[in-house]
Design a protein around this ligand. Structure first.
Ligand code: CA
Length: 230
């Protein structure tokens, strides 16, 4: 079944950029809504229920990081964060508050469209996951309920972003096996190139913070492995 038109919320106060992004995404077949400040973005995410949010960090009202925090708290949705060039802090905080991907300004419209398509593909995989996969994975004290997208470790629930959840499921599908970062990038993020391996690292960091540092082992220069007892 062909899905209905995908909705993208573009949050950017610079009108020229917002209009250019919206025009490109509409040309790619998306329904696009624009919000120009923090409060409007939170409201638009609530009422418009977008499939993907393209979110600038620098906004009037409150900033994109706070927008991300608030919309993720209400309903998990893939977020592509737009950061100032070379602003490491924005990037790291953005990933920590639940952004799934980021691009530094200035960016190419072609690249932006490709990233939005990748996030949508991931989101539709998520919504169909209940039918194809076993609903529960149990590994030692780790419990993953795929139907409800909930995770518990030693009986304590951890609140993961959609990307963190998918990353964990991929690692849990091959416990104690080293999964290369490039493969995680391709399978979880849908990227064909390996330019975003630091995105993988940042999300692994978040998983360790939420589920315990001992859960995921780094294999230097290669990738990551989930370490749990059977
Ligand atoms: Ca801005």
């Amino acid at each position: 079944m062909e899905p209905t038109e995908r909705r993208v919320l573009v949050v950017e106060d610079e009108r020229a950029i917002a209009d250019a992004v919206a025009a490109r995404l509409r040309a790619e077949g998306f329904a696009v809504e624009i919000a120009g400040d923090g409060p409007a973005a939170v409201e638009a995410a609530r009422t418009g229920r977008p499939d993907v949010v393209v979110l600038d960090v620098m906004l009037p009202g409150f900033d994109g990081l706070e927008v991300c925090r608030r919309i993720q708290a209400e309903r998990p949705v893939p977020v592509l964060m737009l950061t100032a060039r070379g602003d490491e802090t924005d990037l790291l905080v953005g990933l920590a508050v639940g952004a799934d991907d980021y691009m530094a300004k200035p960016f190419s419209m072609r690249e932006l469209a490709a990233r939005v398509h990748a996030l949508v593909r991931r989101a539709s995989k998520i919504s169909s996951v209940g039918e194809k996969t076993p609903s529960a994975i149990r590994l030692g004290d780790l419990e993953i309920n795929q139907a409800e997208r909930r995770v518990l470790r030693a009986g304590v629930e951890a609140h993961l972003t959609p990307t963190e959840f998918d990353l964990l499921v991929h690692l849990a599908g091959r416990p104690r096996t080293v999964v290369p970062r490039e493969r995680l990038l391709a399978e979880v993020w849908g990227w064909a190139d390996a330019s975003g391996t630091r995105t993988v690292d940042s999300h692994i960091k978040a998983l360790r913070r939420k589920l315990g540092a001992d859960l995921i082992r780094t294999v230097h220069g290669v990738g990551y492995a989930l370490e749990v007892d059977r």
